[in-house]
Design a protein around this ligand. Structure first.
Ligand SMILES: [Zn+2]
Ligand SMILES: [Zn+2]
Length: 339
């Protein structure tokens, strides 16, 4: 079968590799669609030192079940499924508490310990498969993973009724956070970022005010708008040190800060603020596929508008090396690979 194999920094190649065989409790999926994630780009660039080539990357996809392994009973041949990418062990201390994202012995499809989905076929444990409702198209299905991560992150946030919320980073995750905040009854949602075209999508995802920090002083505007107090909740979804600093400066005393963006390295944080202002700081490492699928199926969260680029498997090396994805050229928002 054909697969996109990462061979080292800036080196992704389409190769012919053996088709995987499903082990016990696994299914073989004929890939139909895979979302391109920021993590793929980081791997492509060689920025994660612990990830070793060769590796088939891709982890936000699904397809049609072609073959089932021994012991598989719920999923049938021909089912349309989306695959949750965290391969949790199911037996460790955290898994037994239902905190699969914190599993002590996890692997992640296309990232660590398991081959990925930029391939004509891939295998995945049955327990990671979710049946895709008929109404959800394959390009839309590619956003389920991002939304599932956001839903999980949102569940970690203690958000009082009719709260004010500031989201930093207008990527898919940030926009989804805006939608979820509104859904949970936020009185006002601020979306803060640097990319004008992405910020303009804000209102379609429930943002009441989108602020471009290259033009305006977001911290000042939000402070003033909240009577000098700041917001109840800050979601850091950009992975930028500047956003983190701005976010902490507009979080009200006793407010909650969600660290959702990927920083990739340690950044300085003013701990005294956390101590003096009694900030609640929460993280996010898991996902909630069941809720994410329901939100997409019922049209509660807009995912269609985020698909900006459609690729074929053969296009992938070029898409990564051209800078299109990295520089988000040509209004790039979310790319999907369709088979
Ligand atoms: Zn991802
Ligand atoms: Zn575990």
């Amino acid at each position: 079968m054909k697969a996109a194999v990462w061979e080292g920094p800036n080196d992704l190649q389409i190769k012919n590799v053996p088709c995987p065989v499903p082990s016990e409790n696994e299914v073989l999926i004929e890939t139909r669609a895979v979302g391109i994630c920021g993590t793929d780009l980081e791997i492509f660039k060689g920025r994660f030192k612990h990830i070793v080539p060769p590796l088939i990357i891709g982890h936000e996809g699904g397809g049609t079940v072609q073959e089932i392994g021994r012991g598989v009973s719920r999923i049938k041949k021909g089912d349309r499924v989306i695959a949750e990418c965290i391969l949790y062990c199911g037996a460790c201390y955290y898994c037994r508490q239902g905190d699969f994202g914190l599993c002590d012995d996890s692997k992640v499809i296309g990232i660590s310990g398991a081959q990925g989905e930029y391939a004509e076929y891939f295998t995945v444990p049955e327990k990671n498969c979710y049946i895709l409702p008929e109404k959800i198209s394959w390009p839309e299905a590619c956003l389920i993973d991002s939304l599932a991560d956001t839903v999980h992150g949102f569940k970690k946030v203690n958000m009082p009724l009719y709260s004010t919320v500031a989201v930093f980073g207008p990527g898919p995750g940030g926009l989804f956070f805006c939608s979820l905040a509104k859904m949970r009854g936020a009185s006002k949602v601020y979306l803060v970022g640097t990319r004008e075209k992405r910020l303009r999508l804000g209102p379609r995802f429930g943002a009441d005010l989108a602020i471009n920090i290259n033009k305006d002083n977001a911290a000042e505007i939000i402070k003033e708008d909240t009577g000098g107090r700041g917001v109840d909740v800050v979601i850091e979804a950009s992975g930028s040190e500047r956003a983190l600093k701005d976010g902490m400066s507009i979080l009200k005393k006793g407010g909650t800060l969600q660290i959702y963006g990927v920083f990739g390295a340690a950044v300085p944080v003013d701990l005294e603020m956390i101590q003096l202002y009694e900030f609640n700081v929460v993280g996010s490492a898991g996902s909630d596929y069941a809720t994410s699928i329901k939100l997409v199926d019922e049209g509660a969260v807009n995912v269609k508008d985020l698909v900006s680029h459609k690729f074929r498997l053969e296009d992938l090396p070029g898409a990564f090396s051209s800078g299109l994805i990295e520089k988000r050229e040509d209004n790039y928002m979310k790319g999907v690979v369709l088979f």
